[in-house]
Design a protein around this ligand. Structure first.
Ligand code: C5P
Length: 218
């Protein structure tokens, strides 16, 4: 069973994906992590994130253990990490280098402890269009830019990060713009995706829309 949940930042993909993975005993692959790992590694090794060849080299060397190690860094989830991820993810060579790693996961999905799972929930931008076009269920989750910026701002404040709503909103606008306009795998719903706008919905209400779709298919 393969389910893809794509959409822009802070639309609610992560919470929904993690819940569904837990409920249906599926592995969970947050594909944003691979781009965050490459972006952060570029910063830590003092490379210019616009250097496509260097970013490709780092992408080719990326492993799951390395990604987990980088995910513990304070900037992995910060707006610095998000912007770096968005810049490196626009390089076609980086996307190509990271594609197999993401696709291979579905051939042999595992939980965090290494035990085998019978399927996977992918969370990302292009998982229904490029990574796994054969997925049985594709969801595209979206919400207005302001609502998403407000959610992300609250998240950062709860984590004790020092930022303002205006800064988060500006970062969100530039990240959306870059993710949607890049030449390779731009952010867009798959033709056969179910689109859900979560602007006025709670996570519970979103799940109430998705769960019947899963139960009808599997
Ligand atoms: O989802 P998250 O905010 O962690 O993703 C960070 C960045 O990685 C996104 O802004 C996007 O540029 C990139 N990304 C991508 N394709 C994916 C997942 C994330 O290009 N499948």
């Amino acid at each position: 069973m393969i389910i893809t949940i794509d959409g822009p930042a802070a639309a609610g993909k992560g919470t929904v994906s993690a819940y569904l993975a837990e409920k249906y005993k599926l592995a969970y692959f947050d594909t944003g992590m691979v781009y965050r790992a490459v972006g952060l590694q570029m910063i830590l090794s003092q490379n210019d994130v616009n250097d496509e060849n260097k970013a490709e080299q780092i992408a080719m060397e990326l492993s799951f253990p390395k990604m987990i190690e980088l995910s513990k860094h304070k900037d992995f989830r910060s707006d610095i990490g998000g912007q770096a991820a968005s810049i490196v993810s626009a390089h076609p060579k980086v996307r190509a280098a990271l594609l197999k790693m993401q696709q291979n996961f579905a051939l042999n999905p595992t939980f965090a402890d290494g035990s085998p799972a019978k399927g996977v929930v992918y969370d990302g931008r292009d998982t229904g269009t490029v990574v796994c076009p054969e997925a049985e269920l594709k969801i595209f989750i979206t919400a207005s830019t302001e609502v998403r910026a407000q959610r992300r701002y609250k998240e950062f404040i709860q984590k004790g990060m020092n930022t303002t709503y205006e800064k988060v909103l500006q970062d969100m606008i530039s990240r959306d713009e870059r993710d949607s306009s890049r030449a390779t795998a731009p952010l867009k719903p798959a033709d056969d995706a179910v689109i859900i706008d979560t602007s006025d919905l709670s996570i519970n209400q979103v799940l109430q829309k998705i769960i019947p779709l899963i139960e009808a298919r599997f």
